[in-house]
Ligand binder design. Structure first.
Ligand SMILES: NC(=O)c1ccc[n+]([C@@H]2O[C@H](COP(=O)([O-])OP(=O)(O)OC[C@H]3O[C@@H](n4cnc5c(N)ncnc54)[C@H](O)[C@@H]3O)[C@@H](O)[C@H]2O)c1
Length: 294
């Protein structure tokens, strides 16, 4: 398959990442279907995209027009079968649970043609964990985006040991075609390139707060004052989504048995249990209720 043969993209999971990836593909002229099992998630994705476009419009009206045109062309469905049957590429963004991702890929393998390339947007897992479930390991790799997808334009293209060279070539060129900067990894490694560095920062920030050494606000103040960045680690984690941050921390706490990661996961869980999921729920470490229209 050549990159230009990719015309129809199926994005699975309409949460924080799926909605942005779908929009990025749509604004680059692809036919995109955004699929989620939850009708409410599809409706929420529409509202979230509208709200994002309104925010962008205040500062970058031309970009906002571009995004709005893409959003208008997005198809959304809770029934994947029809979209899957004619898809050239699948981008998966369901929650960070290896068992769930395996089930989703096995179902997609049943629904999609043999030619369809499968990609995962997993943050901290690795594609070899679900390569067998895809039924097409040679046509499967990680294609990992950063958010906001239209401005943090780095995409890790990471093979597992069974990914073919041809698949890597097509995915690298596909990433360029949708306005991204591909970072090609030579082999599988958890956390890819940017996130491997960024996760180390997050782990230390969460450890400082979870151990009661310094508050969320003090940690962020230290970071933003020295680096002159607009957000500190906790402000950035609110953008990621605290449920996602919890899943990742909890998963690695269980895999490694590291007691500090276990403490950090328990500390994060209190926020998740209280419905404080970050920007997407209106409150995380910080309060976004004004921006949420509450
Ligand atoms: N949030 C980030 O900044 C970020 C960045 C890069 C990669 N990722 C990765 O992207 C993936 C998704 O993360 P997110 O933050 O978008 O999660 P999210 O919780 O915001 O969205 C996940 C969506 O998947 C849907 N879903 C659950 N089961 C499904 C199924 N069987 N079929 C279809 N849809 C299903 C849910 O209804 C939900 O809408 C994770 O693997 C995460 O690690 C996240």
């Amino acid at each position: 398959m050549e990159p230009d043969d990719i015309r129809r993209v199926l994005v699975v999971g309409a949460g924080t990442m799926g909605q942005q990836i779908a929009l990025q593909c749509a604004i680059h002229g692809l036919d995109v279907t955004l699929h989620d099992v939850d009708e409410r998630a599809l409706a929420a994705a529409r509202s979230a995209l509208d709200a994002t476009i309104a925010r962008v419009r205040a500062k970058e009206p031309v970009l906002a027009e571009h995004l709005a045109a893409g959003a208008a062309r997005l198809a959304c469905t809770a029934d994947a079968a029809e979209a899957a049957a004619d898809s050239d590429l699948v981008s998966e963004s369901v929650p960070e649970d290896p068992e769930l991702k395996g089930r989703v890929f096995a179902e997609l393998d049943r629904l999609c043609p043999g030619r369809t390339l499968f990609t995962t947007n997993t943050s901290s897992l690795v594609p070899s964990m679900f390569a067998a479930a895809t039924g097409r390991p040679d046509r499967f790799a990680a294609l990992h985006f950063h958010q906001p997808v239209w401005s943090a334009t780095v995409v890790d293209v990471m093979p597992h040991p069974g990914t073919s060279e041809a698949t890597m070539e097509v995915l690298v060129r596909f990433a360029q075609r949708i306005g991204q900067t591909p970072i090609r990894l030579a082999k599988e490694s958890p956390g890819y390139v940017f996130n491997a560095m960024y996760n180390a920062l997050n782990r230390e920030a969460i450890t400082l707060a979870a151990n009661g050494v310094a508050s969320v606000e003090e940690v962020d103040k230290a970071w933003t004052t020295v680096t002159k960045m607009p957000l500190g680690p906790f402000g950035m984690l609110d953008v990621v989504g605290l449920d996602t941050v919890f899943y990742i921390t909890d998963y690695w706490a269980k895999v490694t048995g590291d007691p500090q990661l276990t403490t950090n996961a328990a500390w994060l869980k209190a926020f998740v249990d209280a419905g404080r999921l970050g920007m997407k729920s209106g409150r995380g470490f910080y309060d976004y209720s004004a921006a949420h229209g509450e």
